[in-house]
Write a protein of this length. Structure first.
Length: 319
């Protein structure tokens, strides 16, 4: 199969028929073999009924329905697991991403050898203060930290080689950082394509300021996990050892100072336990031991939670 299109959605019943028809038109024009995977992230409207009806008309349209809302990352992760195509395209269900971009994205993966191609909505029709300015700041920060030269990390329109989506794991709110996750997984050929951004035709945006704030927390988390997720002792152990060593050296120095004072009968010297420095040294040693133990425990349980990516699927269609 040439292409799998993964579309996470939440309450998008109005846009789904038009989107499905548009994608089918593009696929037929380019003679692509394809599948469309709609991932219903706990919609409260008639989105699932629409998906079932579309599946009856076109067997290439498949659906997965969550029991409740888990978030876009969960929807993408489950969708990635179900894909069969050589190239995987992700896009939003609100018609702001154009399916006409699919042939060029496919070409960049198959012919130009990219592992991942991210869309860049150079001209946007979103609210300037609610989305555009925060998005630019968010992208600038991510670009500086990750060293990946992309302008629009959070663009929903992306193309992946199938090896990428079958290797990476997306959970929490990590969908914003899939290029970063892919890079740390060893997929270094990451490209960018300017894509058309269309005005929302139906419904309202699901964007909120809490997602913007959580985005930075997730960035810190993913950078830590990428570097130390499989070797937490390298992070906690180094800090713990350094802290313990500093505390130990200060303590030994205070004891030696006391012995010298006693040997030479120096009057009015302070007892070791009367000096604030002693308690700071003791605190440093305790903190060092705690950090070391944290690293040891983290080493044993690192990334082995069996529940992290477990989601309740209510129904499937055309699988």
């Amino acid at each position: 199969m040439d292409i799998s299109v993964v579309i996470p959605l939440l309450n998008e019943e109005e846009s789904l028929p038009e989107l499905a028809q548009w994608i089918k038109k593009v696929m037929d024009q380019n003679n692509f073999s394809y599948e469309i995977l709609f991932i219903d992230d706990g919609s409260s409207d008639n989105s699932w009924k629409v998906i079932e009806d579309l599946g009856k008309e076109n067997s290439n349209i498949k659906g997965i329905r969550f029991q409740r809302n888990y978030g876009k990352s969960a929807a993408l992760n489950v969708g990635f697991e179900a894909t069969q195509g050589d190239v995987v395209i992700t896009m939003d269900a609100d018609l702001q991403d154009s399916p006409d971009e699919i042939p060029e994205l496919y070409k960049m993966i198959k012919e130009e050898g990219y592992d991942l191609v991210s869309g860049w909505k150079k001209v946007r029709y979103d609210s300037k203060w609610a989305k555009n300015i925060p998005s630019k700041f968010f992208n600038w920060t991510t670009r500086k930290i990750s060293k990946i030269k992309l302008h629009d990390f959070n663009c929903g329109l992306k193309a992946y080689h199938s090896d990428v989506v079958k290797t990476i794991e997306v959970y929490g709110e990590m969908h914003r950082y899939i290029p970063v996750i892919a890079k740390w997984a060893g997929f270094l050929r990451i490209g960018e394509k300017v894509v058309i951004h269309q005005k929302r035709k139906y419904g309202t945006t699901k964007f909120g300021w809490n997602r913007f704030i959580n985005g930075y927390l997730d960035l810190i988390s993913i950078m830590f996990v990428s570097k130390f997720g499989k070797k937490p002792m390298h992070f906690f152990g180094v800090g713990g050892t350094l802290s313990f060593f500093i505390g130990f050296v200060i303590t030994i120095w205070l004891i030696i100072q006391k012995l010298i004072n006693m040997t030479y009968n120096i009057p009015y010297y302070r007892q070791v336990t009367d000096q604030p420095l002693f308690y700071l040294a003791l605190l440093a040693m305790i903190v060092g031991v705690q950090l070391f133990l944290t690293g040891f425990l983290g080493e044993m349980i690192s990334r082995n939670s069996p529940e992290r990516n477990k989601y309740i699927i209510r129904a499937k269609n055309n699988f």
